[in-house]
Design a protein around this ligand. Structure first.
Ligand code: URA
Length: 202
């Protein structure tokens, strides 16, 4: 794949246009009814590290930006703890439209939006994919054939899993979802510690 900035920008724009054009799914209908936005992703198209969350929340759907609410403030704190500027990474979600009342995404929603995430990974070709929460951990580990390593996030968080992709090796690092750190100090401590692992890829 040609990998100039403009080429990557165009491929990403195409994804955005396609997601905006989804009108029939339940989440898209909510988006249209509530006059909010899909959240495609944000950051460097040449990022070494890509963060994959679950789905947009209220703030995200209102602005079209990922992790810009309370969980985003935790993510910013975690990035700052390893001196990693947010604009140097890429942040996205599996599901691009907000699930009503922030409920867990349904399997058919992951099936609908997952291929857009797959294309984003192919465009950016990150060396590391840090998953935020259980849903993205399961999606990404299955995608890269790491099914046999799957287990509870309480056992997998902060570990590194290597996989081969069409563009070379990728390391998957499952992390807790920052939203959990909002009400669980222990999880915040674990996230802070796990983030240190990412330093070796900078
Ligand atoms: N939670 C997520 O998983 N993603 C966001 O963008 C915001 C909150």
């Amino acid at each position: 794949m040609e990998s100039s900035e403009s080429k990557r920008h165009d491929l990403m724009k195409k994804i955005k246009d396609e997601v905006v054009a989804i009108k029939g799914s339940a989440l898209a209908q909510e988006r249209i009814k509530n006059k909010v936005y899909p959240v495609i992703g944000e950051g460097s198209h040449f990022a070494k590290i890509m963060f994959v969350g679950e789905a947009p929340g209220k703030n995200e759907a209102e602005t079209g930006k990922p992790f810009c609410g309370a969980s985003g403030r935790i993510l910013d704190e975690l990035l700052a703890s390893i001196n990693l500027p947010r604009q140097s990474v890429y942040v996205t979600n599996i599901v691009k439209d907000r699930p009503t009342n922030n409920r867990d995404p349904l399997p058919d929603e992951i099936e609908l939006y997952g291929p857009f995430l797959d294309r984003q990974i192919d465009i950016i070709q990150p060396k590391v994919i840090a998953t935020l929460g259980r849903f993205s951990m399961v999606y990404i580990m299955k995608k890269f054939g790491l099914d046999f390593d799957l287990g509870p996030i309480s056992q997998l968080h902060g570990k590194k899993f290597e996989a081969n992709t069409s563009y070379g090796k990728v390391t998957v690092v499952p992390l807790y979802h920052p939203a959990v750190a909002l009400y669980n100090g222990g999880t915040k401590g674990a996230l802070m510690k796990d983030f240190q692992i990412l330093k070796e890829f900078l």
